[in-house]
Design a protein around this ligand. Structure first.
Ligand code: MG
Length: 265
């Protein structure tokens, strides 16, 4: 097990670190971890850190309709090729940061997903070797303004609001991703539960397919789709994405301040 974090410590940072095996200490790193893990300075206590999103992606690629039960609950057809879309890096927030519900939407949903973090530049990489380009795995909440997704017919606004892409709490580099449980909790209620063995398009296919379209860079994130059970988030709730073998990504939900004054909500 190796867990890579990004953090601020005593006002210094952001910095990269590697959580030590016993979990209470973090080894600061000299630079981003993709090429090599280079220690820099003495270990610091984990509980003194403010964790940030463990990625600085050039892009986040979402995959729609990639679990059969979710396709059924949305009333969609089974896809014949992966349905990909882009989310802006500006939507990324880290563990504990607030998901802000904007004005002009009446329905904002959680979508718990396994995130794949790219470790090496990928250009048209064949499926058979694609997994060798993966750096590790993290939890993603593909927060979606469901009403705008339906009315727009495209996803950029519905999934592109600031704070709509929580990522974290760290990158787990040693995960076997083929059959892990993906769950979502809202406060104490279990909302979503699925296993990555139910993915319609598995990770090698997704990586090959996406890299046949666009160059993938270290730190880019592929959010692999959500299991069934998507549902609404409201001000004051806390949402938790839990991917087996990685950990838990917690985020509070708040109404964005300008939501109150909006005249056309
Ligand atoms: Mg999704």
């Amino acid at each position: 097990m190796s867990r890579i974090v990004r953090y601020v410590h005593e006002g210094q940072g952001p910095r990269w670190g590697e959580v030590q095996p016993e979990g209470s200490w973090v080894q600061p790193l000299a630079c981003a971890p993709y090429d090599a893990i280079v220690s820099d300075g003495p270990p610091i206590r984990f509980d003194g850190l403010k964790l940030l999103a463990p990625v600085e992606p050039s892009k986040i690629i979402g995959v729609g309709s990639n679990y059969r039960a979710h396709v059924a609950e949305m009333g969609r057809e089974l896809p014949s090729v992966p349905k990909i879309f882009l989310m802006p890096p500006s939507a990324v927030i880290g563990p504990g940061a607030a998901i802000e519900i904007p004005p002009r939407t009446r329905r904002v949903d959680h979508e718990a997903e396994l995130g794949v973090v790219v470790g090496r530049r990928m250009v048209r990489v064949p499926e058979a070797v694609a997994m060798a380009y993966v750096f590790g795995y993290t939890c993603v909440n593909d927060v979606t303004a469901r009403d705008l997704q339906r009315s727009d017919g495209v996803f950029s606004r519905a999934k592109g609001f600031d704070s709509f892409c929580p990522v974290g709490p760290w990158i787990e580099t040693e995960l076997g991703p083929d059959d892990v449980r993906v769950r979502c909790w809202v406060d104490e209620a279990l909302r979503q539960e699925g296993r990555t063995s139910d993915l319609i398009f598995g990770l090698p296919r997704l990586l090959a397919f996406i890299s046949s379209v666009m160059t993938l860079l270290p730190g880019d994130v592929i959010s692999t789709g959500t299991p069934s059970g998507v549902g609404p988030l409201r001000h004051g709730q806390t949402v938790r994405v839990d991917v087996e073998g990685i950990g838990q990504l917690w985020n509070p939900v708040v109404n964005r301040a300008d939501r109150i004054e909006s005249s056309d909500a």
